[in-house]
Design a protein around this ligand. Structure first.
Ligand code: ZN
Length: 197
């Protein structure tokens, strides 16, 4: 299902990732699948029609069920942080907390907190956040204090680090998607979240 010109929602969430949302970024440099949907024939055909999958970006270990099947089928390279469990067999492993300019249009931002190796992916003003950040119930942005497996203090620091980046949409694994009219509005909402959390 298209969300934007280059961003699609996969649907077919699997119970193995607690129903996490997954997304496809369609780009000339190779499509990126963000987190894992179910390996379902109709979805696979849809992904193939859109040009297949070159990279599989795994925000964190909670949402990686089925990654072997997808990687094998599409001959895709999996990207994960070394601090995540089960990261050993993945092709591309990100270390430390410094952002990585993975391609001219793709930036990987380590955001430890929900888990030790949680990461966000920034593409064209859209931030894919896994379980790090989502829209709040009453607008604005929120992080999930009751589902913070590693460190709330680290999570707050990660949100402070996100102030350095321009984005106006947030596509989470769980929770609501966030849209703002400009990155300045996002920064204001992020600042409010940091001060209240
Ligand atoms: Zn999670």
């Amino acid at each position: 299902m298209p969300l934007e010109e280059h961003i699609f929602f996969c649907g077919f969430a699997t119970a193995a990732t607690f129903g996490a949302s997954s997304y496809l970024i369609v780009r000339p440099g190779g499509n990126v699948l963000v987190d894992m949907p179910r390996f379902y024939p109709r979805l696979i055909q849809g992904l193939e029609k859109l040009g297949g999958v070159k990279y599989i970006f795994l925000t964190h270990s909670d949402d990686i069920a089925g990654h072997e099947e997808f990687a094998r089928h599409f001959n895709a390279e999996r990207i994960i942080h070394t601090a995540e469990r089960d990261s050993a067999p993945m092709e591309i492993r990100i270390e430390g907390s410094e952002p990585v300019q993975f391609a001219t249009d793709l930036r990987i931002i380590p955001t430890p907190g929900h888990t030790r190796g949680s990461m966000c992916l920034l593409f064209d003003g859209a931030l894919f956040t896994g379980d790090h950040l989502a829209a709040g119930r009453a607008g604005g942005l929120t992080s999930f204090r009751n589902a913070c497996w590693y460190s709330w203090a680290e999570l707050k620091k990660s949100n402070e680090r996100l102030l350095n980046f321009d984005f106006s949409r947030v596509y989470p694994g769980h929770g609501r998607r966030y849209f703002s009219e400009a990155s300045a509005t996002t920064q204001r909402d992020l600042l409010r979240l940091i001060s209240e959390s």
